[in-house]
Ligand binder design. Sequence first.
Ligand SMILES: C[S@@+](CC[C@H](N)C(=O)[O-])C[C@H]1O[C@@H](n2cnc3c(N)ncnc32)[C@H](O)[C@@H]1O
Length: 270
Amino acid sequence: MVTISDAEFTRFRDFIYETAGITLSASKKALVSGRLSKRLAAHGCESFAAYLDLILGGKVPGEMQVAVDLLTTNETYFFREPKHFELLRKFAAQAAEARRPLRVWSAACSSGEEVYSIAMVLDDVIGAQGWEVMGSDISTRVLKRARTGHYPLERTRHVPADYLRRYCLRGFGDHDGSLLIQRPLRDRVQFCHLNLMESLPKAGSYDLIFLRNVMIYFNGDTKRQVVSRVLSVLKPGGHLLIGHSENLNGINDEVVAVAPSVYRKPGGRP
Ligand SMILES: C[S@@+](CC[C@H](N)C(=O)[O-])C[C@H]1O[C@@H](n2cnc3c(N)ncnc32)[C@H](O)[C@@H]1O
């Protein structure tokens, strides 16, 4: 097994910071080495430095993305932090009542559980039309899983029983122990590859943005940049939802806290 030196770890730390804005503390040395060691073996690299040179040299197309995929942490599950989904239900009911379309962006959606949780609520409250959900992430590996809508059953523990019946198919035979999001709902959501450290594609503005449990990996400067970029596509009167363990203290004052981990952009509808 190849060991990673302090100098090599520092180079990887700089690489993932410059590429994804992710700050790795010194305690993450074992994590970097554990997650990347198979890639060294796959390419016959004798050291971590050689592997990084290979990535940066661009000689193996796609390898940089593979390294980024491996260095991101993608923990997620359906209906995580349920208060946000109660709030979503309320916003959806208001939009339906006013016959106003609702556009939602899940800005670091990992393998899609957050996106499908949002879609289930919107379909339930608003109906099949009149809403849009976009999910994006820097990792192509998790986006691939998101597009399939196919998950291990144990990850769906928090999906309400009624939604399991209406929106999910339980696997049997070879697919025993898994669950598939039903096609009509899968067809209603979109996923795209997007790095929050880069300028955003022109895709209009959103009523609601979920930016949850990704800022924990960013330092203050990166948080400031990312939040300001994300807020540039939040409609006046729209809401930004962040993870329960995150806050925007000292990060941004364009938005007003209206509940724990919920911020409103001034303007728009009262
Ligand atoms: C812990 S998951 C959070 C998933 C979901 N939002 C939730 O709360 O359950 C964090 C996600 O952020 C993504 N991520 C990290 N840096 C990113 C960046 N610069 N741009 C876009 N996504 C990023 C990771 O790939 C990962 O899937």
